[in-house]
Design a protein around this ligand. Structure first.
Ligand SMILES: NC(=O)c1ccc[n+]([C@@H]2O[C@H](COP(=O)([O-])OP(=O)(O)OC[C@H]3O[C@@H](n4cnc5c(N)ncnc54)[C@H](OP(=O)(O)O)[C@@H]3O)[C@@H](O)[C@H]2O)c1
Length: 317
């Protein structure tokens, strides 16, 4: 079992400009960590094995939070599966090979709930990983992420380093991408309904049938979970991080409509892919460590929408 981290250890957050990485940096600073190390992708392309090794040798972090990845929704995964596979494999291997060579004692790898088999029993327990076929719409991404989880457990076995993996559910919050080409369902809906209000549109059409069930976790809750795991978890199995509660995409669309003040009609386009029919995590492992989600969906949607509107005003000014 790990112990609490000293606030003066160097912690490298890979992917600090992203949704997860930025939330982790905010939390670490709030908790008094004084040596948070970061580098943007312009400063350090993590696909570059040698450059990444040099960066880690210079900064000698004692903790690595691996939240850098090529990430996207169904459309982006469908359009560029080879890039999702190649970029994620290379980012993971660059960081993990360099961290192994330096015997960096703690590393947390971010997997994802979308790498579990498509038709696994619900709620999803960590033990079902690799027990069946994957969801085809993001298979390349999932295979890369499964390689990352396997790399973590292999390093534990071969080198005795107590590295760990987390499996977050769908995340949202400040710092999310609202770009229509690459955003996930929740920010895509916020943007769509916001535009409908602004354009006074009578109908909003949502991709798919509206029937798939999904779970959403605020990214600030995930950041708390990452710190809990780094301080209190040391085991081979990845750990699910979610709310343990799901809702239909139709119900989510109604909540989003209420958040942005849309009063028109919500339609569905069943010609668009639905993805996995249901996805909700069994979060008993992380609950047993004392972590629980704190931010409810309605509250999280309100603050995320406020952040989105604020970010848009900055762009317009
Ligand atoms: N978002 C979710 O719903 C979700 C759910 C489950 C798991 N996760 C996992 O959480 C992790 C982070 O996801 P996220 O949503 O925070 O993604 P994100 O917002 O797209 O951020 C990705 C981060 O990775 C960096 N990055 C990408 N390619 C890079 C490269 N070649 N070199 C250096 N940096 C690079 C990006 O830097 P630039 O901005 O400079 O490009 C950015 O900081 C991923 O492993 C993902 O699988 C996310």
């Amino acid at each position: 079992m790990h112990s609490p981290l000293n606030r003066d250890v160097p912690v490298y957050v890979a992917g600090h400009t992203g949704l997860v990485g930025s939330a982790c940096v905010r939390l670490l600073r709030r908790r008094g960590f004084t040596r948070v190390v970061t580098a943007s992708s312009a400063e350090l392309d993590l696909r570059d094995h040698e450059a990444t090794a040099g960066f880690l040798r210079r900064h000698r972090p004692e903790v690595v939070l691996l939240a850098a990845a090529r990430v996207g929704g169904i459309a982006a995964n469908h359009a560029a599966p080879a890039d999702f596979l190649s970029d994620n494999l290379r980012i993971q291997l660059s960081i993990m090979d360099a961290a192994r060579a330096l015997r960096i004692p703690r590393l947390l790898f971010l997997g994802s709930s979308c790498i579990y088999p498509r038709d696994c029993p619900q709620p999803i327990h960590e033990s079902v990983l690799l027990s069946g076929p994957l969801e085809p719409t993001n298979e390349a991404y999932a295979v890369a992420k499964i390689a990352g989880v396997t790399q973590v457990s292999s390093v534990r076995r071969q080198d005795g380093l107590p590295w760990i993996s987390a499996m977050p559910t769908n995340l949202y919050g400040p710092g999310d991408s609202f770009d229509p080409e690459r955003s996930h369902v929740l920010p895509a809906l916020l943007r769509k309904f916001d535009e409908a209000v602004r354009e006074d549109a009578g109908t909003v059409t949502v991709w798919g049938t509206g029937t798939p069930r999904r779970e959403f976790l605020h990214v600030d809750d995930l950041a708390e979970a990452c710190l809990t795991l780094l301080e209190h978890y040391d085991d081979d199995s990845p750990v699910n991080v979610g709310t343990g509660e799901d809702l239909t995409i139709a119900a989510l669309a109604e909540l989003v409509a209420a958040t942005v003040g849309f009063r028109g009609r919500i339609a569905f386009d069943p010609r668009r892919p639905d993805g996995t029919p249901r996805k909700v995590l069994d979060i008993s492992t992380i609950r047993a460590l004392g972590w629980a989600p704190r931010i409810g969906l309605a509250e999280g949607l309100r603050s995320t929408y406020a952040w989105y509107r604020g970010a848009q005003e900055v762009v317009v000014r």
